[in-house]
Design a protein around this ligand. Structure first.
Ligand code: DQA
Length: 156
């Protein structure tokens, strides 16, 4: 099973950027924790960060036929990018959206995520632990898909 983690704009500045909102952890530290958890659970994992909308779309498209699950924090693009939303919908890969902060407890313009609407689930407001929860959620979804496929096979 392979999971691709996609991080949107300004998340490369975690640890420096608005620490009162996003906390002290650097992106590499979050990824290291995810990598450890993935290894313990036999999951292949890849990480990608970009500040560019088109690059994020390209990376989502590359997941087709390659990844079993996507964990994405589209950052500010969550609130603006129909193109990223369309890419998530197009690949039809179970996707969990993560936000470090609670987007519902912030400015009005952050309360709506147009990308979240095409995701299997959203985790918001629990800091870096949200990425850990997203991994558990993806594993759960994968297990459910596997069980459904096996049940279908037995029917034949
Ligand atoms: C964020 C929330 C977004 O509103 C913001 O633009 C970000 C980070 C979060 O993880 O809390 O860059 O996605």
């Amino acid at each position: 099973m392979k999971v691709v983690v996609i991080q949107g704009p300004n998340l490369n500045m975690l640890g420096v950027r608005e620490r009162h909102i996003y906390g002290p952890m650097k992106l590499e530290e979050i990824h290291q924790q995810m990598k450890n958890f993935a290894e313990q659970n036999g999951i292949e994992i890849e990480f990608f960060q970009s500040n560019l909308e088109g690059e994020i779309i390209d990376r989502i498209q590359e997941c087709l036929g390659d990844a079993d699950g996507i964990i994405i924090n589209p950052a500010a693009y969550s609130h603006t990018s129909i193109a990223i939303r369309d890419a998530i919908a197009a690949v039809e890969i179970p996707t969990i959206e993560v936000h470090l902060s609670n987007i519902h407890a912030r400015e009005e313009f952050r309360k709506k995520s147009i990308t979240a609407e095409v995701c299997a689930g959203v985790i918001t407001g629990v800091g870096p632990f949200g990425y850990h929860l997203a991994m558990i959620a993806i594993m759960q979804i994968m297990n459910e898909i596997k069980a459904i496929k096996e049940a279908e096979k037995q029917k034949k």
